[in-house]
Ligand binder design. Structure first.
Ligand SMILES: [Zn+2]
Length: 328
């Protein structure tokens, strides 16, 4: 090809190229589910390893469903700061009591993540009780996703992409860019998962830990944007025919350092709790013998569901809250 012509083929987009989808990005959700498998006890690990491809690949189905299915997006977050100055005291942890206090419409409007974790817990437990391999691996893959989301501070706030307009981009920086640039050097040697006595309380605790770090994320980002060497914040990156503006590796490192390795810490927590919730569902189902469960191919009906979702995700219009990375 004539070299002189090449610059005209490159479309320059001065904005952020969507690198993934909401919450942790596709890369992280898959990484979390994959690593969670290796924290399981011997009675479970063989079965999960056998189905690793499915559990890893479908870790991102909930984000794809956000595009396709009404009522899905709100399962991935809770804007807890909408509910006053001391929202964790104000909000009843139990779904029925929360409805009595705020009404179901309001809860759906501001997100239902912690309760969704409880419901997924029942779904996976029932799948184990039934001994249905397809349901077990599907529920495990999806459950892992929502537990990962609960560990993302920006999934617990109305200000999910910053409080001010110029802070836009923080969501993608935190959950996609930093991990994609840095995760290969992260150490995920975590140990063994543990039984969770009160799954709903644990889901709320995770949301609260995340929310407690929300201010640090925004403040550190703000101060770096102002004080960091302006010419080193961004780099132009070429991907195929598209050039886009992205945060530089040096800026990502500085942000992660200032946040005291928050992205790393939250990835580790996600992995640990995904494994622990899976394990808890299995124990609560009476510890069925997974080795004995028949090796089953994915049924035609289930494969069609998966194909339909893939189609809707690629061709449908996004529903629910606008995804910070879909805009522009
Ligand atoms: Zn999500």
């Amino acid at each position: 090809m004539n070299k002189l012509l090449k610059p005209f083929l490159v479309i320059v987009i001065i904005s952020f190229l969507p690198l993934g989808a909401n919450a942790w990005g596709f890369f992280c959700h898959r990484l979390i589910n994959k690593h969670a498998i290796f924290l399981l006890p011997p009675e479970m690990v063989g079965f999960y390893k056998k189905h690793m491809d499915y559990i890893v690949q479908h870790a991102v189905d909930p984000d794809k469903r956000s595009h396709a299915v009404d009522g899905e997006a709100e399962k991935h977050y809770i804007d807890i700061d909408y509910f006053g100055d001391k929202p964790f005291e104000a909000m009843p942890r139990i779904w029925k009591k929360a409805i009595e206090k705020y009404g179901e419409d309001t809860l759906h409007e501001y997100g239902i993540l912690p309760w969704n974790i409880e419901w997924m817990m029942y779904r996976l437990t029932d799948a184990f009780k039934e001994g249905d391999v397809e349901k077990i691996i599907n529920a495990s893959a999806n459950f892992g996703h929502y537990i990962g989301d609960a560990n993302v501070p920006l999934h617990t706030t109305q200000y999910y992409d910053g409080k001010k307009l110029y802070q836009k981009g923080i969501h993608a920086l935190w959950e996609t860019r930093i991990p994609e640039m840095m995760a290969e050097n992260f150490d995920f040697f975590i140990g063994r998962c543990q039984y969770i006595n009160k799954p709903l309380d644990k889901a709320w605790d995770l949301v609260e830990y995340s929310h407690n770090e929300m201010d640090s994320v925004l403040n550190i980002y703000d101060s770096l944007l102002l004080n960091y060497d302006q010419s080193s914040i961004y780099v132009m990156e070429e991907r195929g025919a598209v050039v886009s503006k992205q945060f530089s590796l040096a800026f990502c490192r500085m942000m992660e350092q200032e946040m005291q390795k928050m992205v790393y810490r939250k990835l580790v927590m996600s992995i640990y709790y995904v494994s622990s919730f899976w394990y808890t569902a299995w124990v609560n189902a009476g510890q069925p013998d997974l080795e004995k469960m028949a090796d089953k191919e994915i049924s035609k009906e289930h494969q069609k569901e998966l194909d339909d979702l893939e189609y809707l995700w690629k061709n449908g219009k996004a529903k629910g809250r606008p995804n910070p990375e879909d805009e522009e």
